[in-house]
Design a protein. Structure first.
Length: 182
């Protein structure tokens, strides 16, 4: 738990204490790449449970393999850069551990065919796509047109925001399943 507290403290560090070149940006990016890489490895390993059947065309086309390799390579580079630049190396080392774990699991796991025959699934791929899409749209908008100029992207309640986003995404999937159940 001490590691999670250190990561949270480092992510919520005020803007004045994380100037450009401090390793915070590369550490945060590497952490994001490590988590995304781990999710992609799990998606490839358990497609019947973790993916939406409608997205099986993308999973079987080879784009996921290219995306996974690219994300892991970016994660390696950013985590090493963060370790070199940062005084508090917790983001860099954690991200490197996540990327190495995803690489080791991913090399042993062979992609399997998507979810035929299973009616209930956890759309982790849909959730990751939604988080990335919303992040790419709203983070720049919040940076260029902030409601409160002192608010950072990772404000104090970012964990609650992510939890509510996950729960609302799950509720939509559960309600859709219950509605279309035969």
């Amino acid at each position: 738990m001490k590691l999670l507290e250190n990561i949270r403290r480092e992510l919520e560090k005020p803007r004045e204490k994380r100037p450009l070149g401090s390793g915070w940006l590369s550490g945060g990016g590497a952490l994001l790449a490590g988590i995304a890489g781990l999710f992609l490895v799990f998606i490839r390993s358990f497609p019947a449970t973790l993916t939406m059947p409608e997205l099986s065309v993308i999973h079987n086309s080879g784009y996921v393999t290219v995306a996974l390799n690219s994300i892991l390579l970016i994660g390696y580079v950013l985590s090493l850069l963060s370790i070199l630049l940062s005084r508090n190396k917790v983001l860099g080392w954690t991200a490197l551990a996540l990327v190495i774990t995803a690489s080791l699991i991913g090399t042993g796991a062979t992609p399997t065919e998507g979810g035929a025959g299973q009616s209930l699934y956890f759309g982790l791929d849909y959730f990751v796509i939604n988080v990335l899409f919303v992040g790419f749209v709203f983070v720049p908008l919040e940076r260029f047109f902030p409601h409160l100029s002192e608010q950072t992207v990772l404000r104090g309640e970012w964990r609650e925001d992510l939890f509510y986003y996950l729960v609302s995404s799950l509720l939509v999937q559960i309600l859709t399943f219950l509605t279309f159940r035969e």
